[in-house]
Design a protein around this ligand. Structure first.
Ligand SMILES: Nc1ncnc2c1ncn2[C@@H]1O[C@H](COP(=O)(O)OP(=O)(O)O)[C@@H](O)[C@H]1O
Ligand SMILES: [Mg+2]
Length: 469
């Protein structure tokens, strides 16, 4: 069952974060101004009540026998009208004057008793929309407490202002919260849509459509991710294209000799009175085609082994010895083509590789130099140490390689002159094996023209020396 709210989703976490942040901010916004305004009012009340209270207390202190009327007289003189209640008690706590004529609001008695013990008391609180403030002060003459005065005030106006302010802040808070949530929703919906686009694109490509490119815009992280994804897809597409081409080239390469074999064997079978000489000739041809198939499959195997990332353990290889071995195999071919081979092979040319790969390299280069040569042409094979490198050079006086083809010849199944290569038994795989083998062992290969004609291949490997390892 699909949950409606996925609590693990980025979106959910984003909203929880926004909500908490807003809650804290709005709480501060609602409480801080209100509390500080209220405290300012308390302070103002306290200072005004204490100065009025002190004035009243000293005026009452000089009355020698205070009674209700005299107290009222003093109050009139001092013009104390802001207070909704004024109480005067004598030293024993008897009420001499009470502007409201009795009754107790909360702490009056208690505060008067405290005042009689020579302490002033101030209380203020916000009840509903009104500030209720009480102040009690002792009345003393020559150090003797002769009574106490209590003042009370209700201030509705300040309370209402404070209340209105709070309502306004609350309204603003609701608007801010709504706006923030709306913005967060819009933003997260936009971001989420782009993330979903990305995962939809991934599914498309995973489904096999490597030509798909995700539309991207902008420069933010998601756009960057999209671009990276497109680049990855492009590489995938490229690899896939190469793979397909390789398979189709390889099957084509195997198809041709197989078709010849079929044709030859069919004619032998169908032609009942074929003479023995012709049969022998046909069977020899079949053998040749089979040999060609064998060579091609061996080369394919060599290539796929080089493609595999199986870690081959390289060993010190004496390139001179490998070259001599390959030359021994190639001499008959050279004689057949009337091609002479000159060699100058130095000792001590040791590189870190495998004998098999090294053999592939020197054999294929020398074979090509003989095959793509002219009658009575020559091949030069040189091996020497140059600085920290071993340089292996093969040059010929053959047909040469046009400048424009020097890049292509290392591609699989690539042949400049297909007819000539086929006739010479080539499959177009030799140089790609050379290329991959050179790369596998940290070497490099360059191809150029030989003067006055022909071509020159130079392979360079790091020289192996014991100190170096
Ligand atoms: N020494 C050379 N002189 C002229 N052309 C060459 C030489 N070596 C290679 N080539 C060209 O490069 C192509 C690729 O070489 P290679 O991969 O060895 O395949 P092939 O099986 O045809 O020899 C050859 O078909 C040929 O056209
Ligand atoms: Mg070749």
């Amino acid at each position: 069952m699909k949950r409606i709210i996925n609590t693990g989703s980025i979106r959910f976490r984003f909203f929880v974060f926004i909500a908490l942040l807003l809650l804290v901010l709005l709480l501060l916004l609602n409480l801080y101004p209100y509390i500080s305004a209220r405290d300012a009012v308390y302070q103002e009340k306290q200072s005004s009540m204490s100065s009025r209270g002190a004035a009243l207390a000293s005026a009452l202190a000089v009355l020698d026998r205070p009674d209700e009327e005299r107290v009222a007289e003093v109050l009139r003189l001092l013009d104390i009208q802001d207070y909704d209640r004024v109480i005067f008690v004598d030293g024993e706590g008897r009420v001499i004057y009470d502007s409201r004529g009795g009754g107790d609001d909360g702490h009056v008695q208690e505060d008067l008793r405290t005042a009689l013990s020579s302490k002033t008391v101030f209380r203020s609180s916000l009840k509903g929309e009104s500030f209720s403030s009480g102040y009690a002060v002792p009345v003393s003459a020559q150090g003797v407490i002769t009574g106490a005065v209590y003042l009370h005030e209700s201030d509705g106006e300040r309370g209402r202002i404070l209340h209105a302010m709070q309502i306004q802040i609350r309204t603003v808070s609701v608007i801010i919260a709504a706006a923030a949530f709306a913005m967060a929703t819009v933003y997260s919906a936009g971001t989420l849509r782009r993330v979903q686009e990305l995962s939809a694109s991934m599914r498309i490509v995973a489904g096999g459509d490597y030509s798909y490119r995700m539309p991207t815009s902008g420069t933010d992280e998601l756009a960057e991710l999209g671009n990276e994804f497109n680049e990855l897809t492009e590489r995938l597409e490229d690899t896939e294209r190469q793979r397909r081409r390789f398979v189709s080239d390889a099957s084509h390469e195997l198809k041709t000799p197989l078709a010849s074999i079929r044709l030859l064997s069919d004619s032998i079978v169908q032609n009942e009175d074929m003479d023995v000489g012709t049969v022998r000739e046909f069977v020899t041809d079949i053998g040749n085609e089979a040999e060609r198939l064998q060579r091609t499959t061996e080369k394919l195997l060599a290539l796929s082994r080089l493609d595999d990332d199986i870690q081959i353990v390289p060993e010190p290889v004496d390139v001179r010895q490998v070259t001599l071995d390959a030359l021994a195999v190639l001499r008959p071919l050279a004689e057949e083509r009337s091609v002479t081979i000159r060699t100058a092979l130095d000792d001590g040319c040791v590189v870190l590789a495998t004998v098999d790969d090294m053999f592939h390299i020197v054999f294929n280069l020398m074979e090509n130099a003989i095959k793509y040569n002219v009658p009575n042409g020559s091949v030069g094979v040189f091996l020497h140490i140059g600085g920290e490198s071993v340089l292996f050079t093969v040059e010929d006086t053959g047909i040469g390689i046009p400048e424009s083809e020097t890049y292509n010849i290392f591609s699989r199944f690539y042949r400049i002159d297909k007819a000539r290569s086929r006739e010479a038994g080539g499959s177009g795989l030799g140089l790609s094996i050379v290329h991959d083998a050179v790369k596998a062992h940290g070497g490099s290969i360059a191809v150029g023209q030989n003067k006055p004609q022909g071509s020159r291949f130079i392979v360079s490997f790091p020289l192996y020396s014991i100190e170096r390892t």
